[in-house]
Write a protein that binds this ligand. Sequence first.
Ligand SMILES: NC(=O)c1ccc[n+]([C@@H]2O[C@H](COP(=O)([O-])OP(=O)(O)OC[C@H]3O[C@@H](n4cnc5c(N)ncnc54)[C@H](OP(=O)(O)O)[C@@H]3O)[C@@H](O)[C@H]2O)c1
Length: 247
Amino acid sequence: MLVPTDGTDGTRIDPDPSERRLSGLYAYPEGATVRANMVTSVDGAAWGPDGRSGSINDAADWRVFRVLRALADVVLVGAGTARAEGYGPLGVPRGLGGLRRGDRPLEVAVVTGRGDVPPGLVTTDRAPYVLTSARGADAARRSVPADRVVAVGQDEVDLRAGLTALAGRGLRHVLCEGGPRLLGDLLADDLVDELCLTTTPRLIGPGPGRVVGPVGGPAPATVRDAHLAHLLHSRGTLLARWVRPIG
Ligand SMILES: NC(=O)c1ccc[n+]([C@@H]2O[C@H](COP(=O)([O-])OP(=O)(O)OC[C@H]3O[C@@H](n4cnc5c(N)ncnc54)[C@H](OP(=O)(O)O)[C@@H]3O)[C@@H](O)[C@H]2O)c1
């Protein structure tokens, strides 16, 4: 059971195989949008004892996670996460195809500066897009067809150019599933329009990083505002949709 606290009606969002109500809360705005979806423990851990986020998330998070995938054109993911979490072929979550624009497949775009495409993504029928730099382009082309390699930037991946290239292929509704390094780089370049952040009622203690990496480095130069579009809760789990103010 999910309960919205968005100041509208406070009614419950009961389990629904088609997730119509939930998908309305997470509808993408007009135009190209980069949405990130992350989960954290109460004390800020981005992963649990097994080194994966699966050990800190829960059923409520999973429910929203599925809806976000169903609504996206492309899942953008860092190579580290794809390796750690064992990403393989991604499909539209079962039963949620009706939420999509048209009958487009759900694409994957993996970011790897070295052009080192995680093995689970190489063997899929539908190759991922690979956002890489000139440095990693040759290696990436050894793993996926050349038309799937987006080489942007010389040594570093130019994420803004990469997102523009995806939008040029009709992939305008981007869902970034992390990880922390990629989200940190997107935030540093002011490329994140929304952050869907789940906080689960767990305390992990020292060790793991937080949802934005890397830890350390110089103090940030800028503080940017975020507006709470809605907050859902379920048995102590908080699911927030934070959006950047318009204008
Ligand atoms: N809590 C959550 O919601 C959540 C979500 C996702 C992941 N995680 C966890 O986070 C951990 C992984 O963290 P991570 O920071 O290593 O993940 P990551 O950002 O997915 O991966 C880092 C790697 O991805 C590539 N990469 C990412 N951004 C890049 C950029 N701007 N330019 C060039 N290459 C880039 C690089 O790969 P190459 O070395 O191939 O160049 C880099 O080594 C795992 O434990 C995972 O379970 C947690």
